[in-house]
Design a protein. Structure first.
Length: 369
């Protein structure tokens, strides 16, 4: 039986305290009963989390390596997340800094359906960074959003995505918006011979999500935006593994920020926006870019990109997608920082050039060359 590993950064006054906290995590994340009443045999030997090592780091931090049995997860993504960091996420001074699935979970959770290579095949762009303008703002009607998407597709955008704030509002109801935007992108592709993909936001009431996903597929969407912080990572998994859907998925970070903003709690940026997105099956992971309005550092952004693209990660390598303050002026610097396997989001900055969206996308393409 192949156990899986979780690495925690524990903050404690000394090694003994850190070890005691690690042993507490092993109990809390599995049997959730006092150690002296853990039943002998299978539960103690297999189900109970095991502390493999605890080692001192810097500044009162200790790295704890714990392993768990796949029997405790049942091949269910929500339960796997529950074991990784369920009740222990409510305690102070514990941060998840690494996850290794082991052989059995690697078979249960195969990651992205497309990954970098598959998305490149869909957009017919074998090399270079991909450009992904965002249609917005919220409150616009469907015709206005479709016109923006049409101009972006004419300009050679690779992916045209809904803003994450576009759901099923009265101003642009989901089905009306998706039908009109998908048709506009398809028309531009016919006129240019291009391969732009439209990614609508699969959002609304939970009971509507599968119907919306099917509608988007039938309307001609080329992918989909998902928001695991709002609808759960299992929605990503469900769509990624659905043969009837068979479209790339882009994961948005909304509602996930507080998981990473503390140095002593939650998850590292790499785990949240790299490892967990790959685990769920996202093909593209959006995150706030350095220098924008959200304050992620260059080191944090690069750690996300590395976690997305590492050949040793879960399933296929996926695209990192920096956004939030991206602009054409920053394109060369961002290419130098991230390389070619990246999806660049263009949002509000693109709308400053509303009368020449296509030219602006072409300018960015030239700067990424």
């Amino acid at each position: 039986m192949s156990r899986f590993s979780v690495f925690y950064r524990i903050f404690a006054s000394n090694l003994d305290e850190a070890t005691e906290r690690a042993e507490g995590i092993a109990l809390e994340q599995t049997v959730e009963i006092p150690r002296d009443v853990v039943p002998k045999g299978y539960i103690e030997d297999v189900i109970l989390g095991k502390v493999e090592s605890v080692a001192a780091e810097e500044n009162g931090a200790y790295l704890a390596h714990l392993t768990y049995s796949p029997d405790s997860t049942g091949a269910e993504l929500p339960q796997l997340l529950n074991v990784i960091f369920g009740n222990s996420s409510i305690q102070k001074g514990i941060r998840v800094v690494g996850f290794e699935p082991g052989e059995r979970l690697s078979a249960d959770f195969t990651g992205a359906r497309f990954g970098i290579a598959g998305v490149r095949e869909r957009v017919k762009r074998p090399t270079g960074g991909l450009i992904a303008p965002v249609i917005k703002p919220q409150g616009s009607d469907a015709d206005t959003l479709a016109a923006i998407a049409y101009a972006a597709a004419l300009g050679g955008a690779d992916i045209i995505k809904d803003d994450h704030g576009l759901t099923d509002q009265a101003s642009a109801p989901f089905k009306t918006r998706v039908e009109k935007v998908a048709a506009a992108v398809a028309r531009a592709n016919r006129e240019t011979g291009g391969h732009s993909l439209y990614f609508p936001n699969i959002a609304g009431r939970s009971e509507d999500l599968m119907d919306f996903a099917r509608f988007a597929k039938e309307a001609g969407a080329g992918g989909a935006l998902v928001m695991p912080g709002l609808f759960g990572f299992d929605l990503t998994r469900r769509l990624a593994t659905a043969d009837w859907f068979d479209l790339p998925l882009m994961a948005h970070p909304t509602f996930l920020g507080t998981y990473v903003l503390s140095d002593t709690l939650g998850f590292t940026h790499a785990v949240m926006f790299g490892v967990l997105q790959r685990l769920a099956g996202a093909d593209i992971s959006i995150f706030p870019n350095v220098g924008g309005r959200f304050g992620f550092s260059a080191a944090e952004c690069l750690s996300i990109a590395d976690a997305c693209r590492s050949p040793d990660g879960i399933g296929r390598p996926i695209f990192p997608s920096p956004g939030g303050g991206m602009s054409v002026d920053r394109a060369r610097d961002m290419r130098a920082m991230y390389g070619d396997d990246v999806v660049y989001l263009l949002g509000g900055s693109l709308l400053r050039h509303a009368d020449r969206i296509g030219e602006t996308i072409g300018d960015m393409r030239a700067r990424l060359a």
